[in-house]
Design a protein around this ligand. Structure first.
Ligand SMILES: [Mg+2]
Length: 388
């Protein structure tokens, strides 16, 4: 995959190359979502986002453990600067650091796109345009009948041709949401939508290998093509056992943010499809590294992006550019009852679905504008290179 080199601008009669230094990192957050804005030494700006949930804590991590190693640095080689954050914070290799790094990484990609006058998708070597999505249900407290009715209505309205529903219970140790729900919902959804719709399920680490294989055979009998996190995701031998026993695609990886672990997951056949989350991973640069590992192993990448904060937009731009992009973009169908914090985030809704497709815009950067009223109501924090 071709990733365009960041712009190196030359100034002065001697043509000396200017370094591209990061001047300022700002955050605007509440408990659920945190937007970021970076400003370069030359005044260029870009918008990004840390990962959702405990976003207020994540923004603290960004200002305390990411900003000191990035401010005042030349970002021409962003991968290298992000690696230095990892090295300086090597005592903290976990999720929060990656979630926080995403806030700067994604804002840098927006800045680069705006500077070059092109979308991030194009910076990544892709072409903007329509992208197939799958309608993604987050609910388990919904009966098979209600879920079936819901997807039939949504298909009529938005033209979805792929749908993911939930089986088992989250880290459920083989105990279902209620007895028989998994056995009931598999045929109920297939019967309601007919044979033309691609069907996916997510078990969220709910089953033992034996139960997962039994459920997997039922899934295969009903033409379901994607079985996500069948067993506890951290138990790789269990996932591998399910992958080896079944013919459908066993998928996973949304929680994993460690590149060495990803090298193992992609290189040893633990699963069939890789599902990194751009914002759990630490941003676009680190997710690209996972995508390349997957490509080397002939694995498609169908990233995790389970809400309509900016994570779905970032993922859409990425998918349009990946040579080993999976068949569709995850697109949450949950509204205000499930995601009350998702309301009024943008000036113009970037998530309009027509004929089952999301349009990836050719507007510069991410092509999105955060709602100033939302920003005004958020908690603001700023780290400046001059104060370091
Ligand atoms: Mg999942």
């Amino acid at each position: 995959m071709q990733v365009e080199s960041p712009t190196v601008r030359c100034v002065g009669s001697a043509g000396a190359c200017a370094v591209d230094k990061l001047q300022k990192i700002e955050s605007f957050c509440n408990e659920f979502v945190g937007f970021t804005r970076i400003t370069m030494e030359d005044g260029s700006t870009g918008w990004g986002q840390v990962s959702t949930y405990h976003a207020d804590i994540t923004c603290q991590v960004m200002h305390r453990q990411v900003a000191p190693w990035m401010l005042g640095q030349d970002l021409s080689d962003l991968d290298d600067v992000l690696d230095r954050v990892t090295e300086r914070e090597h005592k903290f290799p976990g999720s929060y650091l990656r979630r926080a790094m995403s806030g700067v990484d994604t804002a840098v990609w927006d800045m680069r796109g705006k500077r070059a006058g092109v979308s991030v998708c194009e910076l990544l070597g892709g072409t903007p345009g329509p992208l197939r999505v799958y309608a993604s249900s987050m609910k388990r407290d919904i009966t098979p009948e209600q879920e079936a009715q819901r997807i039939v209505k949504l298909r009529e309205r938005y033209g979805f041709d792929a749908f993911k529903f939930r089986v088992g219970a989250e880290c459920g140790r083989d105990v279902d949401e209620w007895p028989g729900r998994t056995e009931a919902i598999i045929p109920a959804i297939r019967q309601a939508v007919g044979d033309d719709m691609a069907l996916l399920v997510d078990a969220n680490s709910g089953f033992s290998p034996a139960r997962a294989i039994d459920v997997g055979r039922r899934l295969e009998d009903h033409g379901i093509c994607h079985f996500e996190e069948p067993t506890p995701y951290w138990e790789h031998a269990q996932t591998r056992a399910v992958t080896e026993a079944l013919n459908l695609d066993v998928t996973g990886g949304e929680q994993d943010c460690d590149l060495t672990l990803w090298s193992y997951l992609t290189g040893t056949g633990v699963m069939n499809i890789a599902q990194p989350d751009v914002l759990y991973m630490g941003g676009i640069c680190r997710t690209l590294q996972v995508a390349r590992m997957a490509q080397a192993a002939d694995m498609p990448v169908t990233p995790h992006c389970a809400n309509l904060s900016l994570v779905t937009l970032f993922t859409a731009h990425l998918l349009k550019a990946l040579p080993n992009a999976g068949k569709y973009l995850e697109f949450s169908i949950e509204g205000e009852d499930y995601y009350p914090w998702q309301q009024n985030l943008y000036m113009h809704d970037p998530y309009v679905i027509e004929d089952g497709m999301l349009m990836v815009s050719e507007a510069p950067g991410w092509g999105v504008e955060i709602n100033p009223d939302w920003l005004a109501s958020s908690t603001y924090q700023c780290s400046d290179a001059n104060d370091q």
